[in-house]
Design a protein around this ligand. Structure first.
Ligand code: PLP
Length: 443
């Protein structure tokens, strides 16, 4: 029997939001409805969807909520388009999900990419502190006006920023803050952020592609948000996915589901304790339901660890060169607290060795401007170059290990010698995930 520790967080249905589970018991297809007057849709003010969006906003403490059926990806793009007029500059973190770059292309925005604190032992980018963000904003505003700022919190590994402090820094610099809370449950809006996007399959019991955009405060133009949503969402939103949004958010705040969450957290605590007793190194995470194994401390690349475990039926979520992240989900699999440590001990026996050295931080400036406009680089003529020959060239495509879709290189960035060397090392650390060639702007 496989041990599924990957997203969606409902874990093959075990942890689906109760109302959704009930709906799926109905005859197949009976729930696949159009925007009938009683049902409505995310951009209509009347009907069941509008009512349930209003309720969801109240449940999560926002002023507005829109359900999305194209994942957090679609809603992040809409949020960005609404925040920044064409031609304006937006400050985006280096650990951004690629959908924000797609939003920049669609909205003709100029991304300013800001560096993040980097932890060499784990190779993970950490959420920015308020002081770090203050330096970033000052550096960006020194070269011209900025329309908006985005941060990711929590990260894929469950590392959470001090959001109230980041909101205060953004607002005192006159910037609206978009929180990519794809892995969270509304902490951004609770901290006072202007916009937050949730991916309801990642830390709630919804189906893949169900997502929510939360909004509040005086810095937003609600008409612009609705217009951007109209541009980027289908005109036939799936009633099943809309029901999934409603049910997942309702479950986040229901007492019965609260009890289930506490049981899941208790399982996670037993699992951590067992790992600790066996000397299995874990990276601390702010999300109790994300378990991050520090494979580098065992002398193992996370991608190799993942391959080894996969062939033994343990399906993790996110392998990286120094870590492997497991998602325990809304209802962790039976016996995970002893089955996973047992397999991890076997992994250590089979592949373990001397700890790997520190991971090399990417050689990046605090705030980077692109050398060529994003869309021009991405949509113009391109050619392939071996990474070893890329120094001096301008990237034409993102270089993205998948998941999570975080680009190591962004179209329009010039690859300097230090970056080319770093990318070559990265391609060895991400075998099979990063090609040893890169697409660059031709000519
Ligand atoms: C931080 C972050 N934001 C956004 C997304 C996109 O979410 P979705 O898959 O719901 O479109 C992801 C997906 O992995 C993510 O990790």
């Amino acid at each position: 029997m496989s041990l599924d520790l990957h997203l969606p967080a409902h874990g093959r249905g075990r942890g689906l939001a109760p109302a959704l589970r009930q709906l799926l018991r109905q005859p197949p297809g009976s729930w696949d409805l159009p925007e009938l007057p009683q049902v409505g849709g995310p951009l209509l003010s009347q009907g069941a969807v509008a009512d349930s969006q209003r309720l969801a906003a109240r449940q999560l403490g926002a002023e507005h909520c829109w359900f999305g059926v194209n994942g957090a990806s679609g809603l992040l793009q809409a949020a960005l388009l609404a925040l920044a007029p064409p031609g304006s500059r937006v400050l985006l973190p280096r650990n951004l999900h690629r959908s924000l770059l797609h939003g920049c292309v669609l909205g003709q925005l100029e991304p300013l990419l800001f560096d993040l604190p980097f932890e060499p032992a784990t190779g993970l980018w950490l959420p920015p502190s308020a002081a770090h963000l203050q330096r970033v904003i000052a550096a960006a505003q020194a070269s011209g006006p900025v329309a908006a700022l985005a941060v990711v919190s929590p990260t894929y590994q469950g590392l959470a920023a001090e959001l109230p402090a980041l909101v205060a820094v953004a607002h005192s610099a006159g910037l609206p803050l978009l929180v990519d809370g794809a892995h969270g449950t509304g902490q951004g809006i609770a901290a006072g952020a202007d916009l937050e996007v949730l991916s309801l399959q990642k830390s709630a019991g919804g189906l893949a592609q169900s997502a929510a955009l939360l909004a509040q405060g005086p810095r937003l133009d609600i008409a612009a948000l609705e217009r951007a949503l109209l541009w980027l969402q289908t005109s036939s939103p799936s009633a099943l996915l809309l029901a999934s949004c409603e049910a997942a958010i309702a479950a986040l705040t229901s007492p019965a589901e609260g009890a289930r969450h506490r049981r899941a957290v208790a399982v996670a605590a037993r699992l951590r304790e067992r790992c600790r007793r066996l000397g299995l190194p874990l990276v601390s995470s702010d999300d109790p339901l994300r378990l991050v194994l520090h494979t580098a401390a065992l002398g193992i690349n996370g991608l190799e660890a993942d391959d080894w475990l996969l062939s033994r039926g343990v399906i993790g979520e996110l392998p990286e060169p120094a870590t492997l992240t497991f998602c325990l989900g809304m209802q962790p699999p039976q016996g995970v607290a002893w089955r996973l440590p047992r397999q991890l001990s076997r992994l250590r026996q089979a592949l373990g060795g001397a700890p790997l050295g520190p991971q090399q931080p990417p050689p990046l400036p605090l705030v980077a401007q692109l050398d060529l406009p994003l869309a021009q680089a991405w949509r113009g003529p391109q050619r392939s170059l071996p990474l070893g020959e890329a120094a001096g060239a301008i990237a034409a495509e993102p270089l993205c290990p998948y998941p999570p879709g975080i680009p190591l290189l962004v179209p329009g960035e010039r690859v300097d010698a230090a970056r080319a060397l770093w990318l070559q090392r990265q391609s060895r650390l991400w075998p099979g995930q990063i090609a040893d060639t890169v697409r660059v702007v031709a000519g």
